[in-house]
Design a protein around this ligand. Sequence first.
Ligand code: MN
Length: 258
Amino acid sequence: MKTHILVTNDDGVTAPGLLALAEAVRGLPDVKVSILAPDRNWSGGGHVKTLERPLRVREVTLADGSSAYTSDGAPSDCVALALLGFFEEKIDLVVSGINPMPNLGHDVTYSGTVTAAMEAVIWDTPGIAFSLGSVDNHLGALDYTAAAKVAETVVTRALQHKFGPGMLLNVNIPYLPHEELNGIRITRQGLRVYRDRLDKRVDPRGKPYYWIGGDSPTGTAEEGTDVGALINGYVSITPIQLDLTMYSAIPTIGDWGW
Ligand code: MN
């Protein structure tokens, strides 16, 4: 039986990174590929479950002429739709991306790309998120060729080794030609350094409004981390689980005299 792969993203169904990922997995042997992705950009939208309104799904044609489905829900809603029965055939693997910007360290909780893969984990399905480490404010079209090649390799390995429930892979690929990549590193989450600033402005009616701006985050390029791997030209693969418990704090907080 064919492996049924769902392709989704957080940039919207028409994003070139989604098509690059879909084309990469379509080339694999014995796979059936279905696409269900948001109808708009949800970047930074986090892990969403839309409960207060219904979700609509419609069929669209992508730039290469292939057919895809799009919904007015978040990336995680698209994954839930797919895994809860929108498609008749069971989904065996969810791949999300390719996001144009990296998702490193604490970014994973903001990232629509990564939280789509988190939703897969909730429904006992393996999920892989792919992000490209393109430079800030990149002008013009990005080249997804190298990242798509990496995605093909990662998905092939994941299908061969069948990774277990409760885990997703967060893959970040340096924005380099494929032959200039130094290899693959299995990493832990590194430390992102956020440089957000609150911009307070005044609207035409004299009322204040706020915009979170500032510079793009940097990171601490520590050995063994996703940030470190990417800066040194390596593809970073971080296994992620949804258990956020800080186990080391359980005894300490237990001593608070309950
Ligand atoms: Mn995005």
